[in-house]
Design a binder for this molecule. Structure first.
Ligand code: BEZ
Length: 341
C-alpha cells in the first residue's frame, strides 16, 4: 500500500466579492534613531485603540501581515479599528541600502521610535500585534509605556537574549550558511524548509533576492544582540495588559507538535488566528458577540486543543496565565491567552 504522506494545507479564504481592501496611506517620521515608515489602513474609530503591527526579521509589514489582515473573516474585526503597520527601518518597499558603517538601531531603540509614530498620528492607545523580533519590540514598548498598550498579540516571541550556547550554534551555522538561509531557519522549521512547499519557495525567493538584503542583515544582527526582556512572574517587570501568546507548532524552537500550522501561523493559519484574535478582543470588552455575525455563525471549534477560550469576561484573567517557561506573565488586571497553531 502506498505510504500516506502528511500534506500541509495553507488556509485560504480571500476577501469576498464586494470586500475591497481599505485605502492605505504610507508616512515617514523622523525619530532620534532615524526615520521610520509606516502604513495606515482605515480611519480612526472613536474610543478605540489602533491595531499596531510590527513584523519579524526578513519580512516587511506586507509579507508578514497581508495574508492575515486580508483573510476574509478578519474583515469583520478590522473594520472596527484603524491599523498602523510599521516597517522596520530599511525594510520598506524600495528602501535604499544603508551606507557602509550605518549604525542600525537596537531592538530597544526600535521600540523607542514608536512614540514618535503615535504622536504624529495623535493616537493614544494601541493593541500591538508582533511576530518574532516585532513581538519583542512591542513588548519592550509596552514595558516602557504600559498606559498606552491595551493588549498585545505576541507571535513566536523569544524574550531572552541569546545565551552562549545559542551564540556558538549561531557562529557555527554562519560558517556554512548564508544570511538568507539563517533568517529562513529563524522563520521556519527545518521540516518546513526541507518540504519546500510553495509558501517556503515564495519566502525563500523574497529573502534571497531582496534588494535590501544588507539592511535585513542589520535588523537580524540587532535581533541577535537583543537583551533579556526580564519578565518576572509576579515581579515588578510584567506586561500590564492582556496578552495573547501564539506559538506556531512548527516554529523553529517549538518541539511539541500539537496542530497543523507552521513556523509563521499568521501566514499558514490565518483562520485560526482570526478566531483566537476575535475571542481576545471580546475578552477585552471589544467586539460584543452580537456584532460578530458571520464569524460567530461560522464558529467551527477550529482552535487547537492548546487554546483555551473564555472570551466573555471583560478585562479579567481568562486563560492560562503564563508561557510554559514561565518567563512571560501578566498580573491583574491583564490576562494571558495561549494559542498554539
Ligand atoms: C490591513 O487592512 O490592515 C492590511 C491590508 C494589507 C496588508 C496588511 C494590512
Amino acid at each position: 500500500m502506498a505510504e500516506l504522506q502528511e500534506v500541509q494545507i495553507t488556509e485560504e479564504k480571500p476577501l469576498l466579492p464586494g470586500q475591497t481592501p481599505e485605502a492605505a496611506k504610507t508616512h515617514s517620521v523622523e525619530t532620534p534613531y532615524g526615520s521610520v515608515t509606516f502604513t495606515v489602513y482605515g480611519t480612526p474609530k472613536p474610543k478605540r485603540p489602533a491595531i499596531f503591527t510590527y513584523h519579524d526579521v526578513g519580512l516587511n509589514y506586507k509579507s508578514c501581515f497581508q495574508p492575515l489582515f486580508q483573510f476574509g473573516d478578519m474583515q469583520e474585526i478590522i473594520q472596527n479599528f484603524v491599523r498602523v503597520h510599521v516597517d522596520a527601518p530599511g525594510m520598506e518597499e524600495g528602501a535604499p541600502v544603508f551606507p557602509l558603517g550605518y549604525q542600525y538601531p537596537s531592538l530597544d531603540q526600535l521600540a523607542d521610535m514608536i512614540p514618535c509614530i503615535l504622536q504624529y498620528l495623535n493616537f493614544s492607545t494601541i493593541i500591538g500585534v508582533g511576530v518574532g523580533a516585532g513581538a519583542y519590540i512591542l513588548s519592550r514598548y509596552a514595558l516602557n509605556h504600559p498606559d498606552t498598550v491595551e493588549g498585545l498579540v505576541l507571535i513566536n516571541i523569544d524574550p531572552n537574549a541569546k545565551g552562549w550556547m545559542d551564540w556558538a550554534a549561531h557562529k557555527l551555522t554562519g560558517l556554512t550558511s548564508s544570511v538568507a538561509e539563517m533568517i529562513l531557519g529563524h522563520l521556519f522549521s527545518q521540516e518546513e524548509l526541507s518540504r519546500n512547499s510553495e509558501l517556503i519557495q515564495k519566502y525563500r525567493n523574497i529573502i534571497t533576492h531582496a534588494p535590501n538584503l544588507e539592511n535585513i542583515e542589520l535588523y537580524w544582527n540587532s535581533y541577535n544582540n537583543r537583551r533579556d526582556l526580564n519578565f518576572e512572574r509576579g515581579g515588578d517587570i510584567t506586561l500590564k495588559c492582556p496578552v495573547m501568546l501564539v506559538v506556531g507548532d512548527q516554529a523553529p524552537h517549538e518541539d511539541a507538535v500539537m496542530a497543523d500550522s507552521g513556523g509563521q501561523p499568521q501566514l499558514t493559519q490565518p483562520g485560526k488566528l482570526t478566531e483566537a484574535f476575535k475571542y481576545f478582543l471580546q475578552g477585552m470588552g471589544y467586539m460584543a458577540s452580537s456584532c460578530m455575525t458571520r464569524l460567530s455563525r461560522s464558529r467551527t471549534a477550529s482552535l487547537t486543543s492548546a487554546a483555551s477560550i473564555d472570551g466573555n469576561r471583560s478585562r479579567s484573567r481568562t486563560l492560562s496565565q503564563s508561557s510554559e517557561s514561565g518567563t512571560l506573565s501578566s498580573g491583574p488586571p491583564g490576562h494571558t491567552m495561549e494559542v498554539s497553531c
